[in-house]
Write a protein that binds this ligand. Sequence first.
Ligand code: CAA
Length: 282
Amino acid sequence: FGSFETLAIETSGGVATVTVNRPDALNALSGKVVEELARVCEVLNRLGGTGTSPASTGVHGTADDGAWPVRGVILTGAGGKAFVAGADIREMTGMDADQAEFYARSMHAVTLALETVPVPVIACVDGFALGGGCELALAADFIYASERAQFGQPEVNLGLVPGFGGSVRLQQRIGLGMARELIYTGRRIDAHEAHRLGLVNRVLPAREELLAAAAETIREIATKSPTAVALSKRSINQATGRTTTEGLDIEARTFRAAFGTEDMKEGTTAFIEKRAAVFPGR
Ligand code: CAA
């Protein structure tokens, strides 16, 4: 992954953990963090990007060249107090409108790149996920939270609006009415309310259990066909925000692409032969 100033990256047992590491600023998303997240996403999107997989699937990777070394990503924050407390307010005070738009668009690129990573990305929120922090978490496939997690879009307190995707992804995740209320009030909600709203998939007691639960979910998914998981992710993301007809068209084409994979042959054959599938990952 290379070396980073504001991120810590660790890989173990097929799980890559990306930690935003600016605890003194509650992991706020400075320009440097955005730049480094973009670099990490580039690497994650090249996972298995050897171009040897069937072009029809568009999903990279083969088991032969060890191209699925990472089966899932955990995204978290350092310091024990925050996931990410948002955009960097100090840096923003020195920006003009052009620089602000560039800042927003750069983070949009990061969130879109996270959504195309061909393995699941789980945001583990332990502490504050506010503004840009909540928006970064929303770009993960799903969110797990610890008991002390706090979510919110407090931009209205600063005379600002969500800038890193919150006006789009929050309503997709929790519905229009609640998204409006959270954005207009800037109110913070705890992990349990976030769970009730469907913002968070699971609430765990504390950090250790949180990271362990996410790694366990990644290991569970890793027993499945990696091409099928990657294609499912792509299909869901491409269908989001489209009409039912467009979404179903995407699904039909993705279903077709799955039929071109060796994983599909192995999975269906293993079922007929009443044995466990051993997926080649292509
Ligand atoms: N940007 C820059 N620095 C930040 C920061 C941020 N978003 N959030 C916290 N910090 C810094 C503080 O300035 C402080 O630094 P110093 O020690 O140098 O003073 C340090 O982190 C610790 O923060 P606090 O002393 O404030 O900690 P606290 O426990 O009293 O409060 C908090 C915690 C409630 C999260 C509070 O820090 C806070 O409200 N932070 C700002 C949250 C926010 O408004 N986020 C949205 C930003 S705008 C945005 O994100 C727009 C967008 O959509 C793109």
